[in-house]
Design a protein around this ligand. Structure first.
Ligand code: BJW
Length: 234
């Protein structure tokens, strides 16, 4: 069967071989902090210095990593895909963006960062988003009016992921859904496979090991993303 409407979901496993740690490796510890202690609105209210520092450090680390063969394989797929291709990433790094910048995609392509982007900041008063202006102080003033503070442009636990209407519409219309490098532990992304199944799509998991939702997929390939992603889309 020839597929035309493709939705790809990626998680931190696709960036692991670039040197970006996954979330649930090392017991969910991130530079000594439990992710749930820093990635919440409550944590930002309680200890903005800790939260801003956590994200400032992660932004700086991004400068030291590069897209890998899996990001590149998706960029090459997007360049030749003759249909709709929605790439939804849970990752807040910019490795997909960089891969697609060097291999421009065809017209039907769109990339959505559903959990936000490390290289952007958001005004707490207006919700406006701007490019990261450099390390953020705990009470970094926003340039927008009415004046708020700047926070990381990150979807924390309990907050609504971005562009969900667009993502759900694409899932309802897709005929192929491929999930890459995600554990299936965090909703709503973990439920996308069932929405795609409901739409009648073929569903495929590409991961290092079976995810929590592996039983919902029609098919799977297990191994490092830099090997199985280029092979699957060859
Ligand atoms: C490799 C590899 C290699 C490794 N090659 N593979 C329904 C049921 C239960 C709970 C909920 C529910 N609906 C909502 C919730 C609550 C919550 C949630 O899901 N909690 C769970 C913990 C249970 N969800 C939310 O709060 C979300 N919001 C929401 O639902 O809004 C609606 C709402 C609003 C208000 C009230 C109620 C509902 C928001 C979730 C935001 C997620 N944020 C994070 C942190 C971002 C900030 C940051 O980066 O600092 O996003 S959490 C973290 O997990 C991060 C990731 O994007 C996300 C997913 O993780 P991922 O990418 O899957 O990583 P890992 O580490 O888990 O897995 C890596 C995988 O790669 C593994 O399988 C490895 O094997 C594999 N791998 N090396 C290939 N080389």
């Amino acid at each position: 069967m020839t597929h035309r409407n493709l939705v790809i979901l990626t998680g931190s496993g696709i960036s692991a071989e670039s040197g970006v740690p996954t979330f649930r490796a090392a017991d969910g510890l991130w530079m000594g902090h439990r992710v749930q202690d820093v990635a919440t609105p409550e944590a930002f209210a309680r200890d903005p210095a800790l939260v801003q520092d956590f994200y400032n450090q992660r932004r700086r680390q991004l400068a030291q990593v590069e897209p890998n063969a899996a990001h590149q394989a998706l960029a090459e797929l997007a360049a030749r895909w003759d249909g709709d291709l929605l790439l939804v990433t849970q990752n807040v790094d910019d490795l997909h963006d960089r891969a697609h910048a060097s291999t421009p995609p065809a017209a039907g392509f769109e990339l959505i960062h559903m959990h936000g982007e490390l290289l952007k900041a958001q005004c707490t008063a207006t919700g406006q988003v701007l490019d990261w202006p450099g390390d953020l102080a705990p009470d970094q003033p926003s340039p927008f009016r009415p004046k708020g503070r700047l926070r990381p442009h990150i979807v924390w636990f309990g907050e609504w992921p971005l562009r969900m209407d667009r993502i759900e519409a694409a899932l309802a219309a897709c005929d192929l859904f491929v999930s890459i490098g995600t554990s299936g532990a965090v909703y709503p992304a973990a439920g996308f496979v069932q929405l795609a199944n409901h739409a009648g799509a073929r569903t495929v998991e590409l991961n290092l090991e079976p995810s929590l939702g592996s039983r919902f997929f029609d098919d799977a390939r297990y191994g490092p993303a830099t090997e199985i992603v280029p092979a699957f889309f060859a």
